[in-house]
Design a protein around this ligand. Structure first.
Ligand SMILES: *Cc1c(COP(=O)(O)O)cnc(C)c1O
Length: 335
């Protein structure tokens, strides 16, 4: 932290234009490209503003003269994207699972896409509702745009099936402050004239994501995480691990009559597992007991209530086992 590779400087002290940081930045990009097998006709951008800023930046860059964009509404994060995009274009909600409280992903056959959409937007892992696409929607040549904030790097992804992928760093990548955008290069260069230069993908691509000062320390730590992931064996290995890890929790939930899972089986997220106590009056006691055992951040989002275990790459399988042990104990005492 205080002396990077004998340079006498910590990364926080370096100029982002110095040779040391340029190397850190370039290596982070190269490692991310390798991990996700990003094709060479895609730009990898390291930006700022998080996924919520991308909700505006995506339409500003991706409308390309079109008047309408298609959005699939699968929960709280989709809703935010839809609302923000509405400032820049007509939004067609092509499908929604709001009818059943966002507990499933609408089947592709039910989507009603526009004839002239600029792109089709999905949230490929709904963090709050705990839904994940385990398939890539076919959009007939219209660019597919995905908010992957909460499951990027948890599994392999066929980047070529997407026009654009974006993700905030703070779930599976590193510290907050870095936003990753992976975009096919023929889609950029047609941003709305009002687009801030720092949020114009083409301008950022032309400046190697250094049109403005990048979040240098966040890029550095993200780069270390990429190296850690490579050491684990890359995306195929981390996916195998995540499948086993999430099953520890769902196998228990599925046989319990005391805890329930609201999510449709086929659409369960491997990163975010919402669950409820049948007797909601015990929620407080459950959370208090968990905290006493060192397990925190289990309260569900205020939008949906109940409990949620977020088990990103950084959560070891023993952490999930410990949670399940506690749930068993709590069930035995209170059922
Ligand atoms: C956490 C999260 C966000 C939040 O984005 P920020 O701008 O970083 O606050 C957006 N989308 C999804 C799917 C998320 O999980």
């Amino acid at each position: 932290m205080l002396d990077w590779h004998g340079s006498g400087m910590g990364v926080m002290e370096m100029s982002h234009r110095g040779k040391e940081f340029i190397k850190i930045h370039a290596e982070a990009e190269a490692d991310l490209r390798e991990l996700l097998a990003v094709p060479s006709n895609y730009k990898v951008l390291f930006l700022q503003g998080g996924a919520i800023a991308e909700n505006a930046i995506v339409p500003m860059n991706m409308l390309r003269g079109h008047a309408v964009a298609d959005y699939v509404n699968t929960g709280e994060w989709s809703k935010k994207s839809i609302k923000e995009a509405g400032k820049y274009c007509r939004v067609n909600v092509a499908a929604s699972s709001e009818d059943r409280s966002f507990t499933y992903i609408p089947a592709r056959e039910t989507w009603v896409l526009s004839a002239d959409a600029a792109y089709v937007h999905i949230c490929s892992n709904e963090t709050i509702g705990g839904l994940e696409y385990h398939w890539v929607p076919e959009t007939g040549g219209v660019p597919l745009v995905a908010d992957m904030s909460s499951h990027i790097l948890s599994r392999p992804v066929d980047v070529a099936k997407y026009g654009l992928i974006y993700a905030g760093a703070q779930k599976n990548i590193g510290p907050a402050g870095l936003t990753i955008v992976i975009v096919r290069d023929d889609l950029i260069g047609k941003a709305l004239p009002i687009t801030p230069s720092a949020f114009d993908y083409k301008q950022q691509a032309d400046h190697d994501s250094m049109l403005n000062t990048p979040p240098t320390y966040a890029v550095y730590i993200a780069g270390l995480v990429f190296k850690w992931l490579k050491k684990q064996g890359g995306m195929a290995a981390i996916e195998r691990h995540n499948i086993v890890k999430v099953a520890v929790l769902y196998d228990y939930l599925d046989q319990s009559g005391f805890f329930v899972s609201p999510v449709a089986r086929a659409d369960r997220s491997r990163m975010n597992v919402p669950f409820r106590l049948k007797n909601e009056s015990l929620d407080g006691a459950f959370l208090k007991g968990a905290e006493e055992r060192g397990m925190v951040e289990l309260k569900g989002h205020r939008a949906v209530g109940g409990m949620r275990a977020s088990i990103y790459n950084a959560m070891p399988i023993d952490g999930v086992r410990k949670l399940v042990e506690y749930m068993k104990e709590f069930e035995a005492q209170n059922a």
